[in-house]
Design a binder for this molecule. Structure first.
Ligand code: HEC
Length: 191
């Protein structure tokens, strides 16, 4: 893993841990296996199981599925919480950020909260209580990491593409240095 990638990868990995803690009780990411995450984070199977809090019966190769059976979801919410594999591709990362931070108290709403961007959403304000115990910066970081993670699940190739971008820049810098040396060499002959 190149150093230039590690900040971004860490962001995504931290987001995946937060997702396991706060979201996977209700939401799946069918498109992804725990192994995909382990590979990204550089965890061995044992570390992955610990970090992602997987039960002993869960295999590392299993899909990232929610803990909530569809029937129970329907009974509690009247709806099955959507799989979030491709959410960012469909709605964009900014929308996701505004959704997650857009809850406000509304006594007429089912769970006592409404949402500025998804009016009358049936999702409870899962992260709300954290706002009371975290600093503004830490809270923003936590939500941003979740957004990074869900952007990554929508399009895992973004990381590779950025890696290629850095490679191209390094190549161009080397080429420039070579041209400069060549120029010096030529001019020495002239002088
Ligand atoms: C207790 C169950 C539950 C948990 C935990 C939960 N959600 Fe939800 N979520 C729902 C339900 C139910 C819906 C469907 C809402 C609707 O369609 O009205 C939903 C919808 C969503 C949507 C779609 C919003 C839209 O309408 O476009 C997103 C995105 C989402 N959740 C993200 C998250 C994230 C991220 C977390 C973790 C921080 C999380 N959810 C945790 C129940 C949950």
């Amino acid at each position: 893993m190149a150093d230039s990638q590690s900040d971004e990868v860490q962001h995504i990995v931290q987001g995946s841990i937060t997702f396991r803690q706060y979201c996977s009780g209700c939401h799946s990411i069918q498109r992804q296996s725990y192994e995909d995450l382990a590979r990204l984070a550089g965890w061995n199977d044992k570390a992955a199981k610990k970090q992602l809090m997987l039960s002993s019966s869960t295999q590392i190769t299993d899909r990232n599925l929610s803990a909530l059976p569809d029937e129970s979801a329907k009974a509690s919410f009247g709806i099955v919480p959507p799989d979030l594999s491709l959410y960012v591709t469909q709605h964009g990362s900014e929308y996701l950020y505004h959704f997650l931070t857009g809850f406000y108290p509304d006594q007429h709403a089912r769970f006592g909260v409404n949402n500025k961007v998804a009016r009358n959403t049936l999702m409870p304000d899962i992260l709300g209580p954290l706002q009371n115990i975290m600093s503004k910066e830490s809270y923003h970081k936590l939500v941003s990491e979740l957004v990074s993670y869900l952007s990554y699940t929508s399009d895992p190739s973004t990381i590779d593409r950025e890696g290629v971008g850095v490679g191209v820049l390094v190549f161009l810098s080397l080429l420039l240095a070579l041209c400069w040396l060549l120029k010096k060499e030529y001019w020495r002959d002239v002088e």
